[in-house]
Design a protein around this ligand. Structure first.
Ligand code: GTP
Ligand code: MG
Length: 199
């Protein structure tokens, strides 16, 4: 599958403001700075559709993009961002969780994990919550360009192993780099395969 056109649809912090979309929606979530907004730009072939930053905590709203007039990509704020007040963090988490649970709008959530690190407790807690809420998800390892081929294979195997201790069968796994475009085709084809099953 290829994306021909993507445009900004809405940005909000109030989940209730967002109508349950009639269109299918694929959302991107993960720890702050893991590369969600960069991945969305890479998938859409646009440099500045979603705002990115080297400073964690850039995305603070639920940002939605309309793709090819037919489906929606959602850029969510990162979880676990340490440099905000407890109150602000709790509000952000409530917003993210409220949004994610607002099925049936959500078709699939891509949970991004930095390929360089072992599975963190905060990611595991998040995945377990998704399991409890029965939110369908796939896992995406980001920033693959930062590792050598051997290190990437080792990390990927180790992360699969960690996740498989909690999920059987293993959720779909992807490895991407927004810098080199690795994994773009696989991810888009996967989205395409889910969409073609439904329509
Ligand atoms: P928040 O919105 O703050 O939660 O962050 P985010 O997950 O949207 O991350 P963002 O896309 O803003 O990227 C964070 C930083 O990582 C930026 O400096 C990006 O340039 C860098 N980055 C993202 N993806 C990649 C990648 O695939 N490779 C490399 N080398 N850097 C990346
Ligand atoms: Mg972001």
């Amino acid at each position: 599958m290829e994306i021909k056109e993507a445009s900004f649809l809405s940005a909000t912090t109030n989940v209730d403001e967002i109508p349950i979309p009639e269109l299918e929606e694929f959302a991107f979530i993960g720890r702050s700075n893991v590369g969600k907004s960069s991945l969305i730009n890479m998938l859409c072939n646009r440099r500045k559709l979603a705002h990115t930053s080297s400073t964690p905590g850039k995305t603070q709203c639920i940002n939605r993009f309309l793709v090819d007039q037919g489906w929606i990509i959602t850029d969510l704020p990162g979880y676990g961002f340490a440099k905000v007040s407890k109150t602000k963090r709790a509000a952000l988490e409530a917003m993210i969780n409220g949004y994610i649970r607002r099925a049936p709008g959500m078709t699939l959530l891509f949970v991004l994990l930095d390929a360089r690190h072992p599975l963190q407790q905060i990611d595991l807690d998040f995945l377990i919550r998704l399991g409890n809420w029965q939110v369908p998800f796939a896992i995406v390892l980001t920033k693959s360009d930062k590792l050598s081929k051997t290190a990437l294979e080792r990390q990927s195997a180790s992360l699969r192993e960690s996740v498989s201790q909690y999920w059987d069968p293993l959720p779909p796994f992807f490895v991407v780099s927004s810098l080199t475009g690795e994994g773009r085709k696989e991810l888009l084809d996967y989205i395409g395969s889910i969409r073609s099953k439904k329509f």
